[in-house]
Structures are given as C-alpha cells and as structure tokens.
Design a protein around this ligand. Structure first.
Ligand code: ADP
Ligand code: MG
Length: 256
C-alpha cells in the first residue's frame, strides 16, 4: 500500500490530530521541554499560555520538527514524525505555522506568497493554485492586495496573508506562535477575528498568545506552561476564574 495515498495518513475519527508522548528536549543544560504529554483532538482550539522562556515556542517548533527532540514521540494524525526524509516533508505539510514575524517572501507578490507552497510542495497547477490562493486571500480579507509586495501592506494585512499561505497547504492543524505580538494595537483584532473565524469553521488550532480575550472567546482548553512543563490545563472559564497552581495565579495576577 502506498503511504502517499491521502487516506493512509488519516487516523480514525477519535485519533488525536496532534499527540505528544513524554517529549523531552534540552538546550545544553536547559531542560526546555520536560516530559510533555499533550493530545489535541480534531477541531479543538488549544491556547498555550505561560511566562516568557517557559518553552511555548520550542513546543510549537518541535511539533513542526523545526526543532528535534531528545526523547518521546510526536504524532500527527496517528503518524509518528520521523527525523527526516520524504515522510517528514509530507507530515510537515499537515502542520500550518504562523509566526510572530510574518516571514513572507519579500520579493514575491502577495498572490505568489500563497501559491508557492501548493505549486512547489503539492505539485499543484499554477491556475489551480491561483484560484485557491485568491479564495483564501478573499477569506482573510486581503484579495484586493494580491499584486502588491509584502512591504506595501500593513502588519495586520501581512499576518493575514501568512495565515492564508499556511491554509493553502490544507493543513490538519494550525500552529500560531504569538501571531499578534509584533502588531500595532489597532491591527491586532483583524488578525484575531480571522483566527476566531477559523476556529468556528472547525480548524484544529494550537495558539500561543498573550491575548486573554481570544483565549476566553475561542479556546476549548487552556494549557499553562512554566519552566518547560505543562503545569495546568483547564477550560478557559475555569482557568481564568480559578487557577490552581501558584505559577498560574502569579501569571494571571501580573496581567491585571
Ligand atoms: P517561550 O516561547 O515560552 O518564551 P522558548 O521556547 O522560546 O520560550 O524558550 C524556552 C527557553 O529555551 C528559554 O530559556 C530560551 O532562552 C531557551 N532557548 C530557546 N531557543 C534556544 C536555542 N536555540 N538555543 C538555546 N536556548 C534556547
Ligand atoms: Mg515564544
């Protein structure tokens, strides 16, 4: 059986889209991910909170294999992420990632930024990729900017293009690592609204953010990290009104 057939990677309806089992990672002496166990179900929106340096970005990057791990396993829809090779490229395409810095290709048009992945990685025909890209740019509200270069757009618009670009790969899960932290305040909501829309449409999402309003509104579950560990997880209303750990109480106290 070909492992490239679309059906082969898909687990059953109850298979978690993302599953981390006993994941550990060190940077030298620093134990940056400590025995992380995490399952994210299809359609679930998980918001990751925690102080700076707690390992949130490392966790996201590990899920996309932008970082290797020392031990444990990471599965995407039932398939273990390998160290390298063709299968890694395939599984990585299932994981869309949006960073704090938009990372658009500076010398390519907005449209090309979105079509490049489908054409190069998925061998999509240019006409089909253009059609897909336009519909996604429409969805995030920047289709009228399609012929411009990234620098000609506002930060909020660029970040929405970055979301469209990730969606163009038809990912099974979207990771957002502080997607609004680099934005001017007036642009934060247009990006968060786009993310809320995605969540409502049933996209599986892992979102690192300091936007508590988004966490309250869109999260099914809040994960609180500190010092490389998942210290606490709960439904948002429970986490925000009745945090259990000293670290979480301290973290929430500092936000007010
Ligand atoms: P967060 O996203 O929660 O702020 P990070 O995952 O970025 O945390 O970082 C967790 C810890 O790992 C921090 O102490 C950071 O300094 C350290 N760290 C991150 N990336 C590297 C790296 N490439 N090399 C060494 N240390 C790193
Ligand atoms: Mg970070």
């Amino acid at each position: 059986m070909s492992t490239d057939s679309p059906a082969s990677g898909a687990g059953s309806a109850t298979t978690p889209i993302v599953k981390l089992t006993d994941v550990n990672k060190h940077y030298g002496q620093l134990h940056v991910l400590q025995n992380i166990n995490l399952e994210v179900s299809k359609g679930e929106v998980v918001v990751v909170l925690g102080p700076s340096g707690s390992g949130k970005s490392t966790l996201c990057r590990a899920i996309n294999r932008l970082e290797t791990i020392d031990s444990g396993s990471i599965e995407i829809d039932g398939q273990v992420l390998p160290e390298e090779g063709k299968m890694l490229a395939k599984l990585r395409a299932d994981v869309g990632m949006v960073f704090q810095s938009f990372n658009l290709f500076a010398h390519k048009s907005i449209l090309e930024n979105v079509t490049l992945g489908p054409i190069k990685v998925k061998n999509m025909k240019k006409a089909e990729a253009n059609k897909l890209a336009l519909s996604l740019l429409e969805r995030v509200g920047v289709a009228n900017q399609k012929d411009k270069l990234p620098a000609q757009l506002s930060g909020g618009q660029q970040q929405r293009v970055a979301i469209a670009r990730a969606l163009a790969m038809r990912p099974k899960v979207m990771l957002f690592d502080e997607p609004t932290s680099a934005l001017d305040p007036e642009m934060i909501n247009e990006v968060l609204d786009t993310m809320v829309g995605l969540a409502k449409e049933g996209m599986t999402m892992i979102v690192v953010t300091h936007e508590m309003g988004f966490a309250r509104k869109a999260a099914d579950r809040v994960i609180f990290m500190a010092d490389g560990q998942i210290v606490e997880q709960a439904a948002p209303e429970q986490f925000f009104t009745n945090p259990q750990s000293v670290r979480a109480k301290d973290f929430l106290g500092k936000l007010i």
